[in-house]
Design a protein around this ligand. Sequence first.
Ligand code: LLP
Length: 410
Amino acid sequence: MPRPQHPLTIQGVSLNSVAEQFGTPVYVYDGDKITSQIKTLQQAFSKVPLKIKYATKALTNVNILKVVKLAGGEVDAVSVQEVRLCLEAGFKAEDIMYTPNGVSLEEIKEVVELGAMINLDNLPVLELFGQTYGHEVPVCIRINPHIMAGGNAKISVGHIASKFGVSIHQLDEILELVKKYNIQVTGLHLHTGSDILDAEVFLKSGNVLFEAALKFPELKFLDFGGGFKVGYKEGDVVTDMMEVGNRVSEAFLKFCEKYGKKLELWLEPGKFVVSEAGSLLVQANVVKKTPQITFVGVNSGLNHLIRPMMYDAYHDVYNLSNPEGEEKKYNVVGYICETDTIAAERDIAEVRMGDFLAIKNAGAYGISMASNYNSRLRPAEVLIWEGKARLIRKREEFEDLLRNQVVLDL
Ligand code: LLP
């Protein structure tokens, strides 16, 4: 099998030079890739009035949000803090969708004050919202369509046993509350999972949304969520965006005709926008042979990239320092005191101690899920923009670990 092509440069900037200049571990992002992913979505859905609400939870650096904005994207935020980061990045409040799960009315009120679009996912808070704002503040309602979708159980959220959204079986209860408090429902929303391959899922869940939408006369948009699958390794099947775009747009336009009004179609991609744009660069601390396995121990681990351990996610790993070296089998492991295997039984160009390695597809849910476990410091972040490597987050320092500790005089 031919060796997979792995990038040694981004926009002409060598990844080795990024590792040398900024140190490792370091997350590095290709701004052009983020822009081109957004353009792909815009093209795929060009027949409908589209809003791309990038799911900021995937990667929240304010500079990344600015790249999304420049490409014509808007944002989806899941906490008041994410809303504030989006405002910091220059988004107008009305371009921010706030899709929390299980938060208090207090936090929702804060976001109403900030001016973002509110998306509610349970009946008790919908009732409190109605009592508080009546018809005054528009709202979107997240419907759970009860469709099983997504790459694995942990990231499937549209099924009957999921905590997310208001069950489609409770539509009558939603309608009662809407009537009782004269709630202004301007959007309906769903999101069924992550790593979804099949256009059918979007069509099936779309049909549930269309059925429900006929009962809400004040709608301005329908939000189909995110979840598009990207490639993690050579030969991976990925969501065919043009197919999804064409088929969903066609169904959507047909529905709008029936509804009697042209609505906007909203999408909330996270991974699709940033996953492939990001790599985590690490250094091989130790190459250790046991009777069975050769381990490469790197200066990172589940504290920086938890996806392999949490979801058994596959992340390609390749050697930046010795790309032409003879391939050998390795288990690439972290330095955390747990079994944090980043990649098992992988063919990688011969790794010597001190080599820089790149871990691919680390843009989405990489640093945004990172922690200080084992009192390790979180990495720096670098954005390649207009052919230059720019630091967009400083590496943490020891003092950061103590910053919020209140040290008692014991
Ligand atoms: N919209 C809502 C309401 C969501 O909950 C999510 C993701 C998205 C959009 C974006 O989904 P995406 O396009 O990124 O698949 N940490 C996991 C993924 C968790 C997704 C949570 N919600 C992972 O690393 O696979």
